[in-house]
Write a protein that binds this ligand. Structure first.
Ligand SMILES: [Zn+2]
Ligand SMILES: [Zn+2]
Length: 462
């Protein structure tokens, strides 16, 4: 068997795409994600392999950096079978349609501007359209359950197990027979943070000679989750007490549902005044929350023990732009959760425009803010921001709360890898190079196994 990792998530976090070729001729792709941030340009480069050759696409979970290039794969000729859990198929649909919509919007704006300069030829077409996404979603699919083993060929089997990362996320245990010997390899997908109450902790891995493991936070330990929740509650209550409004830029998948759980608990405990309005002002987050509700039986015991973990009387979903605009007329006592998580677009910008200049209000950041985003500018202390060409002063109080990550940290990753029986070699993927070097050193000292940081363009024989 050979694994080719030249196609993404080698010494970077995004663009997950790993091609696995078996001796019996079966070709399998594990994920086909979008490159994001500084690596975005790579989405426009050739895939590097022939998609019409691939028999199966095994999808670990629905995050954009794991599914974002699947419509491209389809456009380039992929007609194989997609394998994923039921919630992953649902999340994937929401993510891909949203992405196609945003790319079309960006294209239309750029095209209009370029037209005025007479340079419309220079504007790149969107990577794919909504119609491409719809065609992609019609490809043959196999829906798998956690713990279920399916056959990919007479000699190859794969088992999906709960990765505890987002709804439906899985790691993959692949079993294959070569030269009369049965071998095992594991792909971790993204592994979850055990401290977060939303998903069950990742399932224990079984036997494997090799593991391809994510290393996003391989260099650090997360802040304690419970104290992060306490910090969050304090920031919310302090703002409301002074007649202010709370603005929370949030990612649609997982982070938003975490926040809804916490706010729900605050409501039930009587901590949140009954007069407070909580608005979920993001169509994508609303759709995702419905998916979490639909598959509630796959969430943690904490969530299953509650009647409605993501709903309480003063929570309102605002789907339409008009409903969103009406929030502006409610002067005080609002908690507004809106996208995008890093403030580089979305409805949160409108709320900034209407409220960030008022010192009674607060913005609570609950997620990572990448370099070059408006969110990063604000947490680094900007005094003014530019929104739709208008200069806005920042008077609102700015809070940054860490500890809500959906990824395992160094200790959790190490413990999980340490549970694999018969492990000979650890391959690090899905991480930044400097963090991977720290993680490699840590693994060598604690687990005493061979560790290899996978390079761009590398072919690994197992
Ligand atoms: Zn993920
Ligand atoms: Zn990822």
């Amino acid at each position: 068997m050979t694994v080719e990792i030249s196609y993404g998530a080698a010494e970077v976090v995004t663009g997950s795409c790993h091609l696995v070729k078996f001796d019996d001729g079966t070709k399998v792709l594990v994920d086909c994600g979008m490159f994001q941030g500084l690596d975005e340009y790579k989405n426009y480069e050739p895939l590097g392999f022939d998609p019409s050759d691939i028999d199966y696409l095994l999808v670990t979970h629905g995050h954009l950096d794991h599914v974002g290039r699947i419509p491209l794969l389809y456009k380039e000729g992929f007609r194989g079978t997609i394998v994923a859990t039921a919630p992953t198929f649902d999340v994937m649909k929401v993510v891909l349609l949203d992405t196609a919509h945003l790319m079309q919007e960006d294209f239309d704006t750029a095209f209009k501007k370029a037209q005025r300069r007479g340079e419309e030829e220079s504007v790149k077409e969107p990577l794919y359209t909504k119609a491409d996404v719809k065609d992609t979603l019609r490809l043959p699919r196999r829906v798998v359950k956690y713990g279920q083993t399916i056959k990919l060929s007479p000699r190859i089997k794969v088992r999906y197990k709960d990765a505890g990362h987002i709804i439906g996320a899985a790691f993959l245990e692949i079993e294959y027979k070569e030269d009369g010997i049965t071998k095992h390899v594991i792909f971790s997908g993204d592994l979850g943070n055990r401290q977060v109450h939303l998903n069950p902790p990742p399932t224990d891995p079984a036997t494997a000679r090799a593991v391809f493991v994510e290393s996003t936070y391989g260099d650090r330990l997360h802040k304690d989750y419970d104290s992060s929740v306490a910090e969050f509650k304090e920031a919310v209550l302090k703002t409301l007490k002074h007649e202010g409004n709370v603005l929370i830029p949030s990612f649609a998948i997982e982070r938003t549902q975490q926040l809804l759980c916490i706010l729900n608990e605050m409501y039930e405990n009587g901590e949140l005044p009954r007069s407070v309005n909580v608005f979920l002002d993001s169509p994508m987050a609303i759709r995702t929350t419905r998916i979490y509700e639909k598959y509630r039986n796959m969430l943690s015991d904490y969530c299953q023990n509650r009647d409605h973990p993501f709903a309480f009387p003063n929570l309102r979903f605002t789907s339409t732009p008009n409903a969103s605009k009406r929030i502006n007329s409610i002067k005080r006592g609002n908690i507004i959760i809106a996208g995008s998580g890093m403030c580089n677009g979305g409805r949160i910008l409108h709320h900034f425009k209407h409220r960030i200049w008022d010192a009674r209000n607060a913005v609570i950041f609950v997620g990572y803010q990448a370099e070059g985003t408006l969110g990063r500018e604000i947490i680094e202390g900007a005094k003014f921001i530019d929104i739709y060409g208008e200069k806005i002063k920042i008077n609102a109080k700015i809070y940054t709360i860490n500890g809500f990550s959906a990824h395992a940290d160094q200790r959790e990753l190490t413990e999980w890898i340490g549970k694999i029986n018969g492990l000979e070699k650890i391959f690090l993927i899905h991480g930044e190079a400097d963090k991977q070097r720290i993680f490699k050193k840590h693994l060598l000292q604690t687990l005493h196994k061979k560790v290899h940081i996978v390079k761009q363009g590398e072919i690994i024989h197992l």
